[in-house]
Design a protein around this ligand. Structure first.
Ligand SMILES: C[S@@+](CC[C@H](N)C(=O)[O-])C[C@H]1O[C@@H](n2cnc3c(N)ncnc32)[C@H](O)[C@@H]1O
Length: 214
């Protein structure tokens, strides 16, 4: 495996993968420039506003933790600009970045991407087939998340898109920017639960889009 970090030790490593546990800003600081082909980030959505949601048929707090709280819109945007700028430095010229979010953070993320030298390639809508019901009954059920796919704005940047494979996976038709599927199943939570864990099939599509390039 290539060298990506200067002065950071993995908490797990085998012949094909290494896992690092660190504060994002510290880890990104220690990463070498232009070494990364693809980034997938699932940053805080900042939706912990003391509201309630439904989980397993029960009303539960939406609060995820202190990491999901923010004092102001400006603080949220500053946070997003800082880590996205750092991602720009470590990404290869032809590399791409995927970032997931909801209405709570995705507009800040999209603006931050453009401000920090990225061009958005696609705005993917992840449509959940089994979203939790809306308990307040004062708006539509939240049943989608957004995943932004972006590349560097440099004129010479050429992102890779495995078009034929995507078409094959979609029964011979061009794959659209709406991906439909269920929430993370319990079988994927056997090592512990995270309230915003993403299902494996989402990562799988992103990986395959870029597959032939490596
Ligand atoms: C939307 S959740 C993503 C969770 C992820 N999908 C999972 O299943 O583990 C955002 C995550 O960002 C982490 N986080 C927030 N600020 C961070 C920071 N400065 N450095 C590293 N992780 C951070 C939180 O602990 C949380 O797990």
């Amino acid at each position: 495996m290539g060298k990506f970090f200067e002065g950071l030790k993995p908490c797990y490593c085998d012949s094909s993968a290494a896992l690092y546990l660190s504060d994002t800003f510290e880890a990104l600081e220690k990463m070498l420039s232009e070494k990364v082909d693809m980034i997938f980030a699932d940053p805080p959505y900042f939706l912990s506003n003391d509201g309630i949601t439904c989980s397993a048929g029960k009303a539960v707090s939406v609060n995820k933790g202190d990491w999901d709280k923010i004092e102001s819109v400006e603080e949220k945007h500053d946070f997003n600009r800082r880590w996205i700028k750092m991602c720009h430095r470590i990404l290869k010229p032809n590399g791409t970045i995927w970032i997931s979010g909801t209405l709570h953070n995705i507009y800040s993320v999209g603006l931050a991407l453009e401000q920090e030298g990225f061009k958005i390639i696609n705005n993917i809508t992840w449509q959940k087939t089994n979203p939790p019901p809306n308990l307040a009954c004062r708006c539509f059920t939240h049943s989608t998340e957004t995943i932004l796919w972006a590349q560097k704005t440099d004129k010479s940047a050429r992102h890779y898109f495995n078009y034929e494979l995507m078409k094959d996976l979609n029964g011979g038709k061009q794959m659209k920017d709406v991906w439909t599927g269920a929430l993370t199943p319990s079988t994927e939570k056997r090592f512990g639960k995270h309230p915003t864990q993403k299902p494996v099939y989402l990562a799988d599509i992103k990986w395959k889009i870029w597959w032939k390039a490596i």
